[in-house]
Write a protein that binds this ligand. Structure first.
Ligand SMILES: Cc1cc2nc3c(=O)[nH]c(=O)nc-3n(C[C@H](O)[C@H](O)[C@H](O)COP(=O)(O)O)c2cc1C
Length: 344
């Protein structure tokens, strides 16, 4: 599958998820295989243009994640075009526009899903970006704003005409947020009507569902919550697509994943001379405390989803949520995943 000039080795994609799909998580999913594309957490166009360090950090990625798409949000065509140029300068393969976020903080600024309520304006954002960069510009939208405005079919056509290289659709409205079910019939209709690749998103938890959704006529499937529960789901979907039984994941492998995640997080934001980048330089002990706290919070956020995939998960979640230090967190992981002898 190709998006513009970018080839995807697999049609299965890690969906963008704010607070979750950081570079460490994306790298680990990628290492397990079956993943054709990763998308960053959404990044503010305003923050990129103003050069805010924290914003730039959200857009960072590593070479092993390629091909990588950086998702940006905003509603001002000139700023979105400038932000797309920054993203292109950072070496991203694709720049994606968030037209799906329903959160008022984002949507009230004519950004996120609000753009779906102003199709002409949304098209002008894409138009400005396409003129500004050479990398593919893609759009991620919802079914529409609400039930009486399910305009993804019209908007998708419009952004295609403005030069978008692909469209992803989460088959729920902004008003639905995550209630109800994703409307894959609508996704299918758009996929059949457009000439550019259309990818579908919503409710693919099991690898079989990921594969089955390809029958909607989409070029690819984005997996969000399913990959947080089971980071092997894309690899398992690739197994099924290739007529292999989906790989089994042991409890130890699940534990290893968390340990690797913690290790990558601990290493990734250490900047020579500046200490730990999420925190202002201070005393060594203060920096280490801040770093540990950040890692604990990230692992807690992941475990809210990750713990749903296996027996005893709610016990693990409760324990992780009470960990007072990194050492305690590691002990909890060790005890839960590695204390049981390996079955012969
Ligand atoms: C925690 C969380 C954060 C999300 N953040 C983003 C985001 O930053 N940008 C975006 O386009 N979609 C975001 N989404 C939506 C997902 O990309 C996806 O479309 C949606 O969750 C439906 O797919 P799923 O059922 O596979 O989770 C987010 C979803 C979740 C659960």
């Amino acid at each position: 599958m190709k998006i513009g000039n970018v080839t995807l080795a697999s049609p299965f994609v890690v969906a963008p998820m704010a607070g979750m799909t950081d570079s460490a998580f994306r790298r680990l999913v990628k290492r397990h295989g079956g993943c054709g594309l990763v998308v960053t957490e959404m990044v503010s166009s305003e923050g990129l243009v103003r050069g805010i360090d924290r914003t730039l950090e959200y857009a960072e990625y590593t070479e092993e994640e390629r091909p990588v798409s950086i998702q940006i949000f905003g509603g001002d065509p000139a700023k979105m075009a400038a932000a797309a140029q920054i993203v292109e300068g950072m070496g991203a393969d694709i720049v994606d526009v968030n037209m799906g976020c329903p959160v008022p903080k984002i949507a009230k600024h004519s950004a996120g899903c609000s753009l779906m309520r102003e199709p002409g304006h949304a098209a002008s954002v894409i138009d400005a970006m396409v003129k500004a960069v050479n990398i593919p510009v893609t759009v991620k939208m919802r079914a529409g704003w609400n039930d009486s405005a399910r305009n993804a079919p019209e908007l998708a056509k419009r952004v295609q005409d403005s030069g978008a290289a692909a469209v992803s659709i989460h088959g729920r409205t902004a008003e639905q947020s995550y209630s109800g079910v994703a409307d894959w019939e609508l996704v299918s209709r758009v996929a059949n009507a457009l000439t550019i690749p259309v990818l579908g998103s919503g409710d693919c938890i099991e690898p079989e569902q990921v594969v089955d959704r390809m029958a909607a006529g989409v070029s690819g499937v984005l997996v969000g919550r399913g990959v947080l529960r089971n980071p092997w789901v894309l690899a398992q979907a690739a197994d099924i697509s290739a007529d292999r039984p989906p790989r089994r994941v042991t409890l130890r492998e699940r534990g290893r994943f968390l340990c690797d995640y913690i290790e990558l997080l601990l290493n990734e934001r250490v900047d020579e001379g500046k200490g730990f980048r999420h925190f202002a330089p201070g005393t060594a002990a203060g920096v280490a405390r801040g770093r540990d706290r950040w890692v604990i919070n990230k692992v807690r956020a992941l475990c809210a989803w990750y713990s749903k995939g296996f027996a005893g998960g709610s016990y693990l979640r409760t324990r992780v949520n009470t960990a007072a230090s990194l050492g305690e967190l590691l002990e909890i992981v060790d005890e839960f995943f590695f204390a049981v002898p390996v079955a012969s």
